[in-house]
Design a protein around this ligand. Structure first.
Ligand SMILES: Cc1cc2nc3c(=O)[nH]c(=O)nc-3n(C[C@H](O)[C@H](O)[C@H](O)COP(=O)(O)OP(=O)(O)OC[C@H]3O[C@@H](n4cnc5c(N)ncnc54)[C@H](O)[C@@H]3O)c2cc1C
Length: 278
């Protein structure tokens, strides 16, 4: 599991962050857990994030490491206002330590609520980032709407099983949508964050960013911890900002199963790491 997850504790998350930062990468950390219908569990998640942000600051890492938060892990399924208030406490801690927060995007039934919370948080902390998923038919319009100055938007393909009424059903259509959305973000005034391991999309983003006169540093690439680490380093060596999404925490099992389902050849690594307790 350690190939894809930093560990269970704050200390392990900080140690992996330190290693990635010293290799020239930046980081966003995800405290694993989602779909909470228990206010106490949501509270525990907020405390874990605040503890992590304090620890990143104490270790001099806050400038290069931010956090990613799933609103359902801080109470969105109970009450949008509760999730907003909990996320605001995480944003306040990030602000104290000079770093940022990105709100992960979950399944399409939460999109409007998550974008409302994003807008509300951005009225206090304009640096709060959001995520748009290329597999949703609505996303190109969302990209145009959110490509304004100061707006940090991560573009990903999307990770949930969605019905055809709201999503594109072929991988090819999703890729075409990703390119249309990337053009919308790159031609706007915001700060796009391209989350993909797809070598073809990475190449296209490189070309399109040149077309729009975007210099390295005016957008970034993002990839998951343990996936294509060679490509992460190569892009960083070319002068790009590369942010590695690092999950940690006790709830790692579901996350790991999703990564393995995406690419069954990862199973060999998983079995080996279980056998070696790595
Ligand atoms: C930083 C980050 C944040 C994300 N945040 C969200 C979010 O908030 N909400 C959400 O719904 N989804 C999120 N995702 C997941 C995303 O939506 C996709 O499910 C996931 O990234 C797989 O899509 P892909 O673009 O890598 O392309 P895929 O179509 O999965 O892969 C394309 C190609 O990439 C290469 N590749 C992919 N995986 C591997 C691997 N394990 N090893 C080697 N090569 C590989 C292969 O060449 C493959 O053909 C995030 C992903 C990243 C990287």
């Amino acid at each position: 599991m350690r190939r894809f997850v930093a560990g269970e504790s704050t200390a392990e998350a900080v140690e992996v962050t330190r290693r990635l930062v010293s290799a020239g990468l930046t980081v966003t950390l995800d405290y694993l857990g989602e779909d909470t219908t228990d206010a106490r569990q949501a509270e525990q998640t907020v405390r874990a994030y605040v503890e992590l942000l304090d620890a990143l600051y104490d270790h001099g890492l806050a400038e290069r490491a931010e956090v990613s938060v799933k609103l359902t892990a801080v109470g969105q399924l109970l009450d949008e206002q509760l999730a907003r208030d909990n996320a605001a406490r995480i944003c306040a801690a990030a602000d104290r330590h000079g770093t940022t927060v990105t709100l992960d995007m979950e399944d399409h039934t939460t999109t409007d609520s998550t974008l409302r919370v994003l807008a509300s948080l951005r009225s206090t902390w304009p640096w709060v980032g959001g995520v748009l998923q290329a597999y949703l038919r609505r996303t190109l319009a969302d990209c145009h709407r959110l490509a304004s100055a100061g707006s940090r938007i991560r573009l990903c393909k999307g990770a949930y099983a969605e019905p055809p009424e709201v999503s594109y059903d072929s991988a090819h259509q999703v890729d075409l949508s990703y390119v249309r959305c990337a053009n919308a973000l790159l031609s706007g005034d915001g700060f796009p964050m391209f989350a993909t391991h797809d070598p073809r999309l990475v190449r296209i983003i490189g070309e399109r960013s040149g077309f729009y006169g975007r210099k390295p540093g005016s957008f970034e690439y993002q990839m998951l911890y343990g996936i294509r680490p060679d490509a992460q380093l190569r892009l960083a060596q070319l002068g790009h900002t590369v942010r590695v999404y690092v999950p940690y925490g006790g709830e790692w099992y579901g996350y790991l199963m999703r990564r393995l389902a995406e690419r069954p050849s990862n199973t060999a690594f998983f079995v080996r790491s279980l056998l070696t307790r790595g």
